[in-house]
Design a binder for this molecule. Structure first.
Ligand code: BES
Ligand code: MN
Ligand code: ZN
Length: 495
């Protein structure tokens, strides 16, 4: 895959001794230098100190200052601000590493050394993991169909730690595997909808399953009909592309079975309730929930986590045509509930209804679904935080804690019974929309009808699954949001 680093290594050599094309040194705001940076500064006769005293470089998060040519063995040096220590966490580390590696590539540096401070909430092993993760995710891009032949390539990345023993190389491997899962999920999202069709996505999931050592089953249209999944199938009827449901399983033993369920609408036109043209191209990202659960369970398996996990991805395309579902149509879901489809653009919940039910029938005892479900969550939380809605406070808190540990903003939203009442239909058990207000919550209330009393959390990533702007640490496109959180969740005790 593009954007890889050939060699990743941990080193505890003094910075001044390293023969490297680019030496990256993290500098915290309003703090003394880390011991490694301090030692470098004395070798460099106080140059870093003078740069800081000069006042232009304050060490604010992601602030950059080049030193070229560098005084010692390194060809070039880059000071990068890591911000206030009180706000320093693994996300700051990941982003700093990503920025550094993107800068390195732009400068054609092949051998890079990076020394970011450990401390506070980031111990030395978390630091190594987050640097490896940030470096590899930072270099991966969404420019899949551009000729980037002449782009520089990073040969070696040395990550500096105080002591190279004590689990540093395991932490590096963890970071690498997490990053590879995130990049795989992002790639699934970034591929356009004419390429990443439901069938292609299922094939890619199968290939990934083989690489990661997962069991994989793909259900086609006939099997879905046999299983009574009239809700999911109703979304696919307008498209020429057949629907697919992918079921991946990993048994690492121990704990209740975790079910990860993803919305995989490979393109969402809205169907007969068609969307406006502006921004419709972003609806290739409407399968990022499915991408996240497929990627995450692969990462979980490659890390060999002690967990019992299944992932269910509902893959369909939502198109208008002479065979498409009409507003007012009534369908029956696999759990027997009937649904009046008021708006064919509220299709994600129709897909998830049957996918959640399938995860339960396959034995899931805890559920998390990931879905680009509503524009309403984007209105509420913007592109900053993912929304979490659930039916069980303890389980929701566990998911929130996993998100916090990985530095992925996740915010709880309420799920009062009143939201469910808005879904009452004259003709069927449920309508698929709940009126104008609280759209993220009525959507969650709809999903709740398909999880029974299994502890369940719904993650609405409509605002966070892709970015519309380039930032210094990441190219615009799919973000892979919640993949790290799901992996972290599987590594925590689920009792
Ligand atoms: N895929 C969209 C939600 C979405 C919007 C994702 C913006 C990413 C960015 C979803 O299928 C949808 O169309 N939801 C409707 C629901 C409405 C018709 C009840 C919405 O949010 O407008
Ligand atoms: Mn839609
Ligand atoms: Zn959608």
């Amino acid at each position: 895959m593009r954007g890889h680093v050939v060699n990743l290594e941990v080193t505890s050599q003094p910075l001044a001794a390293l023969d490297t094309d680019l030496l990256v040194v993290g500098i915290a705001q309003d703090e003394s230098l880390s011991p490694a940076a301090q030692a470098l500064d004395s070798e460099w006769e106080g140059l870093i100190g003078r740069v800081r005293e000069d006042g232009a470089f304050k060490g604010k998060a992601y602030e950059l200052e080049w030193i070229y040519p560098a005084p010692g063995k390194a060809r070039r040096a880059l000071l990068i601000g890591t911000g206030k220590v009180s706000a320093y966490d693994v996300r700051v580390v990941r982003r700093s590493a990503a920025i550094a590696l993107r800068q390195a590539r732009a400068k054609r540096a092949a051998r890079v050394t990076i020394a970011l401070p450990a401390g506070g909430r980031v111990d030395s092993n978390l630091l190594v993991q987050a640097v490896a993760d940030g470096a590899l995710t930072g270099l991966a891009g969404s420019d899949l169909y551009k000729d980037v032949e002449n782009r520089g390539e990073i040969q070696t990345l040395h990550i500096v730690v105080a002591e190279a023993g004590g689990g540093a190389s395991e932490a590096l491997e963890r970071g690498r595997k997490i990053a590879e899962a995130v990049n795989f999920g992002r790639w699934l999202g970034d591929e356009p909808a004419n390429i990443m069709t439901p069938v292609r996505a299922a094939e890619e999931a199968q290939r990934w399953a083989a690489e990661c050592g997962l069991e994989c089953q793909v259900l086609g249209e006939d099997e879905l009909r046999e299983a009574g999944m009239g809700s999911l199938l109703s979304v696919a009827t307008g498209s020429k592309l057949p629907p697919q449901v992918v079921v991946l399983a990993y048994n690492g033993g121990g704990g209740p079975m975790l079910g990860l369920v993803g919305k995989g609408v490979t393109f969402d036109t809205g169907g007969i309730s068609i969307k406006p043209a502006a921004d419709m191209h972003y609806m290739k990202y409407d399968m990022c929930g499915a991408a996240a659960v497929i990627a995450a369970i692969g990462g979980i398996a490659r890390l060999g986590l002690k967990a019992n996990v299944i992932a269910v991805a509902g893959l369909v395309e939502n198109m208008p045509s002479g065979t498409a579902t009409r507003p007012g149509d009534v369908v029956r879901a696999a759990n027997g509930k009937t649904i009046e489809i008021i708006n064919t653009d509220a299709e994600g919940r129709l897909v998830l209804a049957d996918a959640l039910d399938l995860a339960r029938t396959r034995g899931a005892e805890r559920l998390v679904d990931v879905a680009t479900l509503t524009g309403a969550i984007k209105v509420a939380l913007g592109d900053v935080a993912t929304g979490a809605m659930g039916n069980n406070e303890d389980w929701t808190n566990q998911v929130l804690a996993a998100a916090k540990a990985t530095g992925e903003p996740l915010w709880p939203m309420p799920l009062y019974p009143e939201y469910t009442e808005k879904l009452k239909s004259n003709i069927a058990d449920l309508m698929n929309t709940g009126g104008r207000f609280g759209g993220a919550l009525t959507a969650a209330a709809f999903l709740q009808q398909f999880v029974g009393d299994t502890p369940w959390v719904h993650l609405d990533v409509a605002g966070t699954a892709y970015t519309e702007k380039d930032v210094s640490w990441q190219m615009k496109g799919a973000t892979g949001v919640m993949i790290r959180t799901l992996i972290e969740l599987a590594s925590s005790d689920l009792e």
